[in-house]
Write a protein that binds this ligand. Sequence first.
Ligand code: NDP
Ligand code: 8X3
Length: 252
Amino acid sequence: MKKTAFITGATSGFGRACAEIFAEKGWDLVLSGRREDRLQELQKKFAEASVHIVVCDVRERAQVEAMVAGLPDSHVDIDLLVNNAGLALGMKPAQEADLDDWEIMVDTNIKGLMYVTRALLPSMVRRGQGHIINMGSIAGSWPYPGGNTYGATKAFVEQFSNNLRADLHGTGIRVSNIEPGLAESEFSVVRFHGDREKADAVYEGTEPLTPQDIAEIVYWLTDRPPHVNINRLEVMPVCQSWGPFAVHRKNE
Ligand code: NDP
Ligand code: 8X3
């Protein structure tokens, strides 16, 4: 039976890699993002698959509602939602950070994810099937200097995922939260407002996760037997682990 995946943030990084893997596996796709040229390019690239593209800024509730209300009959039954659209902006300490950056992260990573989920859930519940895979982050569990609001938005994603599972008890719908660590995509270029040198420095001398690594995990989650729900899955590259607690000393 044909299945349909709805992927937000499909124009780059993890979302794009997910689109590739699900197209290869023969799924139909709904791909969304703000950059229309990239969505069109993907639609051409996956000519073999049935791909519906929608330009949508997930921060805009009316746009999200229109996107879901406007799904064509061929793509209306969504088996998988990959709530992936998201971003980090800035790495300054809280006392210096730009409040506009904070608001954009809250509007995208929290409110956008809420809007898309709320719009798609009723039809999943009606059909008694579906899987929501949210893109959390290690930053949702582990604090680091400059992580402030970004980490807090991903902590929301983790707890929202758990609470969705509680609400969806008995419906047959699965919910998973993936929590990746260091991964190379456009993430750091966006985080540093287009400063490619700073972005490249994040990955210098490392072997980070790739979007393909994450897409394979997303596919694997969907490919578990229907009675199996992976609640959360944290993944880091081998080159990444934890540091000691920071202790400020009087002579510093
Ligand atoms: P990219 O910057 O490569 O991709 C981000 C995607 O999100 C783009 O397709 C972008 O599309 C979309 N997006 C951003 N803002 C909006 C918006 N307002 N409306 C609609 N779409 C939007 O980064 P990644 O692929 O790395 O990130 C994907 C997710 O993974 C994010 O949620 C991120 O927080 C998370 N993550 C990333 C990690 C990393 O190290 N890379 C690690 C852990 C989690 P467009 O600009 O076209 O709208
Ligand atoms: C992205 C991972 O460690 O840069 O979510 O916050 S990290």
